[in-house]
Design a protein around this ligand. Structure first.
Ligand SMILES: Nc1ncnc2c1ncn2[C@@H]1O[C@H](COP(=O)(O)OP(=O)(O)OP(=O)(O)O)[C@@H](O)[C@H]1O
Length: 421
């Protein structure tokens, strides 16, 4: 038995330490010379024919329950059947000391993988009682002594729980599960978005049509406007973190609600992955180095203070990528290096890729990829840009926008080409 502090709650758990020669198996996986905390439903196999289906007796050492819930901590009880009834005093205690939450494994069946990021893998989950299908973001196991990471996680939850917008992925719940004596694993239960990443759409189509980009980008901006209104910076805006919820055509006569493909009736954009988001709070700036290099704003690379304008830089890179299929900053375009290009805000629109794209789109990108954040468009500036409004375009957009002739060898590979390598 092991007493462990999990996410600020003391829990009594059963920890298996493998000292055998033939190995000990949990759910078919050998735990070679390691320790592992058992959870309800685990199949434990060791020796020639010893096989147990493990279950904590209600309230005893259950990783889902704080220690102060009903029950004693006697070791002998752990492999017994759960008690059916409770004595009146136990029932009374249970009512008073309600557990914080169930274990994720008790509430959800965890299924197929949906995606992999730097910090987590995302899998499908089904709520055992409601059959609701969700996405479960499972962070890589981490030492239980990293208070900074624990705090970051709590911040992520804090942010997501307050966020409620049609263009932002909804957080439904969260769990912290012990995995070994020293390690814990964090879980986020998220609204499941079924139709993949914007990244894959760009890869499949090489680049997106202008009308389609406009419709998708407007929704991204609507989500960002909501976040920035709450003083939340996303910090990792990129096509991998833009998920799509596509309503597909069921009847040929159904009317489309946007410039989508023939088999699509509507697309709702959902901004995902708040792993790096934080409140800016009263202090308007913060200076943690994070984000993905190609999409990262110069002030982030310089490690100087930054604001919600970092998302607008990333949005500018994303808009550029949607329209031509390759990024505005790239080692291929160098020298100078990718970082130097970003620091100088040095990019161009190359012929013939940008020839058929409206000047107003180039104008907008030029006002997003601005090195000085004070001069960079905010989300509000962007939303009223003439690119979104045909009638306003010709009068307000200057005609000094250039398309550069450059040797094709200098053009970065499109995401589509890169995915074929
Ligand atoms: N709610 C969801 N529904 C469906 N798939 C999802 C959902 N959330 C994430 N995914 C998939 O899982 C992938 C990884 O998720 P996510 O980006 O949140 O992880 P991460 O480790 O924080 O990523 P990053 O490396 O970008 O910081 C996503 O790119 C997406 O394909």
């Amino acid at each position: 038995m092991l007493e462990m502090d999990v996410d600020g709650v003391k829990r009594t758990l059963l920890n298996i330490v493998d000292k055998s020669r033939n190995g000990t198996f949990i759910n078919g996986n050998r735990i070679v010379k390691k320790d592992s905390i058992l959870k309800n439903g685990d199949k434990l196999v060791f020796g020639k024919s010893c096989s147990f289906l493990f279950k904590y007796i209600s309230g005893q050492g259950d990783p889902s329950r704080p220690q102060n819930t009903v029950g004693t901590r006697s070791e002998e009880g752990v492999f017994k059947k759960p008690k059916v009834g409770l004595s009146s005093s136990e029932a009374g205690t249970r009512k008073l000391l309600k557990p914080k939450s169930q274990s994720v494994f008790d509430k959800y069946i965890i299924g197929k993988g949906l995606g992999v990021g730097h910090y987590a893998t995302v899998r499908e989950g089904v709520n055992k009682s409601t059959e609701e299908v969700v996405a479960i973001k499972i962070f890589h196991p981490q030492q239980n002594d990293d208070q900074k990471k624990n705090k970051q996680f709590r911040e992520e939850i804090d942010i997501l729980m307050r966020v409620n917008h049609p263009n932002i992925v909804k957080l439904l719940d969260s769990y912290v599960e012990p995995v070994s004596k020293a390690q814990i694993q964090k879980y986020l239960i998220l609204e499941k978005i079924d139709d993949g990443e914007l990244f894959d759409r760009i890869v499949r189509k090489t680049h997106l049509r202008q009308d389609e980009t406009k419709a998708l980008f407007k929704q991204i901006l609507t989500g960002l406007q909501y976040l920035h209104g709450l003083n939340i910076i996303h910090r990792d805006i990129k096509p991998e973190n833009i998920l799509l919820d596509i309503k597909r055509r069921k009847h040929p006569e159904e009317l489309q609600n946007g410039p989508w493909d023939d088999d699509e009736i509507d697309i709702q954009v959902k901004i995902a992955d708040f792993g790096l988001a934080k409140f800016t709070g009263e202090i308007q700036f913060t200076n943690t180095l994070c984000g993905t290099p190609s999409y990262v704003a110069p002030e982030v690379l310089k490690k100087t203070d930054y604001s919600s304008k970092v998302d607008m830089w990333s949005a500018g890179v994303l808009l550029y990528v949607c329209l031509c299929g390759f990024p505005p900053f790239s080692e291929t375009l160098g020298p100078p290096s990718l970082k130097e290009q970003i620091a100088q805000g040095s990019f161009a629109f190359y012929s013939p890729y940008w020839d058929d794209i409206e000047d107003s789109a180039l104008h907008l990108i030029t006002h997003l990829l601005v090195v000085n954040p004070a001069d960079r468009y905010s989300v509000d500036d962007t939303m009223v840009h003439p690119w979104f409004d045909h009638s306003a375009q010709s009068s307000t957009i200057s005609s000094d926008i250039e398309r550069l002739q450059v040797s094709p060898a200098k053009i970065p590979k499109t995401y589509s080409e890169l995915s074929q390598v």
